[in-house]
Design a protein. Structure first.
Ligand code: 5GP
Length: 202
């Protein structure tokens, strides 16, 4: 028998290093996958459809909202992003743990609808460092960077209702902290009790 998959919901202002952190732990934990979201944003250079995102036309995204196909969705920095219900159900049933790299609005929707998710917030060490990281990234225009910095102030306030906060100052330390959360959560009594009952016939 296997336990149900665990849902890890990870949010952060862009530039906090969330994507790199998530990739790092996905490479380490064989039972952990990244949930691929739908978005109306255009692909950035190097992004692959079905791997980074499912890139959808606005009309298709609207259709999915109307059909109730999203577990959550939100407008972020002028584009729509959403997690398909189907994706979550498939992973949960086959016992695969999944990381949802989503914004605070989507995380809030899941918190209201789903039980048992683990909510993790990644913070940059400071606002100055956040700006420096976004400037260096050069993937986005100046306007986009400004919009993201303004959004960050609001997002950081939302961190208070998450289960864990990780400050990504030294990357290797942040990886260790995230790994610790994932390991501890997989050992929660409620998640392993069924397995114990089966193994020890109690
Ligand atoms: P980016 O465009 O930089 O890949 O992502 C922008 C923001 O959208 C990030 O904060 C990311 O976490 C968020 N995001 C990505 N996928 C989803 C999703 O499925 N739902 C929600 N609510 N936010 C998402």
């Amino acid at each position: 028998m296997h336990r149900e998959g665990i849902l890890y919901i990870i949010s952060a202002p862009s530039g906090a290093g969330k994507t790199t952190l998530c990739k790092e732990v996905i490479d380490i934990f064989p039972n952990l996958r990244h949930s691929v979201s739908y978005t109306t944003r255009l692909p950035r250079p190097g992004e692959v459809h079905g791997q980074d995102y499912f890139f959808a036309a606005p009309a298709e995204f609207e259709r999915m909202i109307a059909a109730g196909e999203f577990a959550e969705w939100a407008e972020v920095h002028g584009n729509c992003y959403g997690t398909a219900l189907k994706t979550l159900e498939e992973y949960r049933k086959c016992g695969v743990d999944v990381i949802l790299d989503i914004d605070c609005q989507g995380a809030q929707q899941l918190k209201e609808r789903y039980h048992g998710g683990v909510y993790i917030f990644i913070l940059p060490p400071s606002f100055q460092e956040l700006r420096r990281r976004l400037d260096c990234r050069s993937a986005d225009s100046v306007e986009v960077i400004e919009r993201r910095i303004q959004g960050a102030a609001w997002e950081i306030k939302e961190s208070r209702w998450y289960d864990y906060i990780i400050i990504n100052d030294v990357f290797s330390k942040a990886v260790e902290e995230l790994k610790s959360v994932l390991i501890a959560e997989s050992c929660r009594t409620g998640r392993v009790l069924e397995l114990v009952a089966e193994k020890f016939d109690i």
